[in-house]
Write a protein that binds this ligand. Structure first.
Ligand code: NAP
Ligand code: GCO
Length: 263
């Protein structure tokens, strides 16, 4: 019963598809009432249709996680429509790939704003409700790049590294209020965000990055959004009440090894 979420309200940001959708679906299957947001109505509608197809009743809202006033209004609307959020999953994010010398400061700033400032704003706005309730779970969706750099993603890695430390800071400040803040660090997952890294050549040959990841991952495969389901339920449930400030990497073993010699 420790893994059940019955009676809990879970908010997953940017959860119209991909990893966010898979985590929200798993939290719903564990008993949670799901609320999600996305950046525009088109995506929210796409998500509402997908949740309906999956037989999950959800509330969906348009909210830009970088807009503090919009997030405050979002929290008020969710409180009125559904209730006080028990579980916040900071999943919304973007990535921009360019060699650093070609990356504009504006692009760097935008990635930091969405991937790091956004989770800060969401946590700042939704923590008071958790404190009011006497419990809360915050799950920040980090990345392998919370630990490792890679060329062409300076903004993203900087944001995800910062998100790891924000996770630890929320743990430090709110652990004594029975609030657990942990991170989930997905490895390389097959979603639209990584589609450019998996595109086959005109001749049907695999993308060089594809082989690179397969050789770097002991599981010898790309992850799927569903690989994040169980870890999300664990960190959202009472089963993890003494786990705090931890980043749970769901990477097929990638961080444990320097990788295999390409065959
Ligand atoms: P994703 O393509 O990163 O998109 C996440 C969702 O967030 C999208 O619906 C996106 O809308 C939305 N979003 C973007 N900016 C937003 C904003 N300002 N406010 C609200 N929503 C916003 O999807 P994903 O690949 O499933 O990744 C989900 C999370 O996992 C992200 O934080 C990502 O960095 C992280 N992650 C992904 C991988 C991977 O291999 N895929 C690995 C590690 C970590 P748009 O579609 O309009 O952008
Ligand atoms: C990239 C990928 C990664 C993944 C993920 C790895 O360009 O290297 O998009 O950043 O999205 O974050 O954990």
């Amino acid at each position: 019963m420790n893994f059940r979420l019955d009676g809990k309200i879970a908010l997953v940001t940017g959860a119209s598809y991909g990893i966010g959708f898979a985590m929200a679906k798993a939290l719903a299957e564990a008993g949670a009432k799901i609320v999600f947001n996305d950046i525009n109505q088109e995506l929210v509608d796409k998500g509402l249709a997908a949740y309906k197809d999956a037989g999950i009743a959800v509330n969906g809202y348009v909210c830009n996680v970088t807009d503090e006033a919009a997030v405050a209004a979002f929290e008020k609307r969710v409180r009125e429509d559904v209730g006080i959020v028990d579980i916040l999953v900071n999943n919304a994010g973007i990535i921009k790939r360019a060699p650093m010398l070609e990356m504009s400061v504006e692009d760097f700033r935008q990635v930091i704003d969405i991937d790091l400032n956004g989770p800060f704003i969401m946590a700042k706005v939704f923590l008071p409700g958790m404190i009011e309730k006497g419990h809360g779970k915050i799950i920040n969706v980090c990345s392998m790049t919370s630990e490792l750099g890679r060329e062409t993603i300076a903004g993203y890695a900087s944001a995800k590294g910062g998100l790891k430390m924000l996770t630890k800071n929320i743990c430090a400040e709110f652990g004594d209020r029975n609030i657990q803040c942990n991170g989930i660090g997905p490895g390389y997952i097959a979603t639209p965000q990584t589609a450019p890294l998996r595109e086959k050549g005109a001749d049907g040959s695999p993308h060089p990055f594809d082989n690179f990841i397969i050789n770097k991952t002991p599981a010898a495969r790309w992850g799927t959004p569903e690989d994040l389901a169980g870890p999300a339920v664990f960190l959202a449930s009472d089963a993890s009440n003494f786990v705090n400030g931890h980043i749970l990497y769901v990477d097929g073993g990638m961080l444990a090894t320097i990788g295999k010699v390409p065959s």
